[in-house]
Write a protein that binds this ligand. Structure first.
Ligand SMILES: NC(=O)C[C@H](N)C(=O)O
Length: 333
């Protein structure tokens, strides 16, 4: 029988109603007591490294989870992480960069309702996750939620309340799960052929700047001491405004001179960036060594930049890391 390590980290799935609002309180053992049928197909051990609403999860927790999985890797066939949904897509993307060429499944799941309620998505999500983690065909970091299996780098929380909270962006679902049946749409064995690699560092000095009409580019100057890289979430396929004062171009010149990194992304959820299309994007790319997210999700862009800038501060080396396809994260270039 497959051996699964269930890693409980908190989230709504493990929450109870308190006078201060929902807060994680349910232990890992209590969580598995709600899904007794899992015993028919796997044997579960549990560990609870922290118990947090995922709003409180930061890069140090991603490193802790990767380290825990690295230590236990040889002892288990698969890993299921119970996690809050709010930052689940960030954790899934971060773990995709921290655990590469992963031949075992690392499944992240959670719920919109606590597992101790009579009506909840928690039990089906957890059962689906364990079933997937126990499947011979499964590998890599994925989110299992609402019957979908989504690559860890492609997930986005698109609904704040409904059960079908996650979507795979610019990429098909890896598989779907209905009752006991798992149907694979993508079967990528290539990842599992390369040597397994664990990462041990993330650079959190990354800022995300969401462009709004009328913004002055000098805002970048305020970031220059505290950040190594900025992602500008611009409009459409990507570009920067010039309101006649050159404020963005001048600020970017100072940003680049200081040896900082700039990635252009888009506020549009689907289809990604392509700065070569319009003058407002093309000119910027011709003048400065800026990178772009293309079809990567924002969560993947942020965490990939954190991972890559922990490895290098050199443009060419960064470019190689940033545009390399990892766990299905980028196709378009
Ligand atoms: N559904 C959830 O899990 C939301 C919760 N606030 C969390 O992310 O921890």
């Amino acid at each position: 029988m497959k051996q699964i390590l269930l890693i409980a980290t908190g989230g709504t799935i493990a929450s109870k109603y308190t006078e201060h609002g929902l807060a994680p309180q349910i232990s890992a053992e209590e969580i598995i007591s709600y899904i007794p049928t899992a015993k028919e197909f796997c044997q579960i051990d549990t560990v609870a490294p922290f118990n947090l609403d995922s709003t409180n999860i930061d890069p140090s927790h991603w490193l802790l989870l990767a380290e825990l999985i690295e230590k236990k890797y040889e002892y288990y066939d698969g890993f299921v992480i119970c996690h809050g949904t709010d930052t689940m897509a960030y954790t899934a993307a971060a773990l995709s960069y921290l655990i590469q060429n992963n031949r075992k499944p690392v499944v992240i799941t959670g719920a919109q309702k606590p597992i101790d309620l009579a009506i909840t998505d928690a039990r089906s999500n957890l059962l689906d996750s364990l079933r997937f983690a126990a499947d011979d065909r499964a590998h890599g970091v994925v989110i299992v939620f609402g019957g979908k299996v989504i690559a860890g780098t492609r997930a986005k929380k698109i609904r704040s309340k409904s059960y079908n909270a996650f979507s795979s962006i610019n990429y098909p679902d890896i598989a779907s799960i209905h009752d006991k049946r798992i149907i694979f749409y993508i079967d990528d064995k290539e990842q599992t052929m390369r040597p397994l690699k664990f990462g041990h560092a993330m650079n959190s000095r990354i800022f995300l700047l969401k462009l709004v009409p009328g913004m002055n580019g000098s805002i970048l100057d305020a970031l220059i001491n505290d950040y190594d890289g900025v992602i500008i979430e611009s409009f459409g396929v990507g570009g920067l405004p010039n309101y006649g004062d050159n404020s963005f171009y001048n600020a970017i010149e100072r940003w680049m001179k200081a040896g900082k990194f700039l990635v252009m992304a888009t506020q549009v959820t689907h289809e990604g960036s392509d700065m070569s299309v319009y003058q407002v994007g093309k000119e910027l790319k011709e003048r400065f060594p800026v990178f772009e997210s293309y079809d990567m999700t924002l969560e993947a862009t942020v965490t990939k930049m954190m991972w890559a800038l922990a490895k290098t501060k050199e443009q060419e080396a960064f470019e190689k890391l940033f545009y390399q396809t990892i766990n299905h994260d980028i196709l378009f270039r």
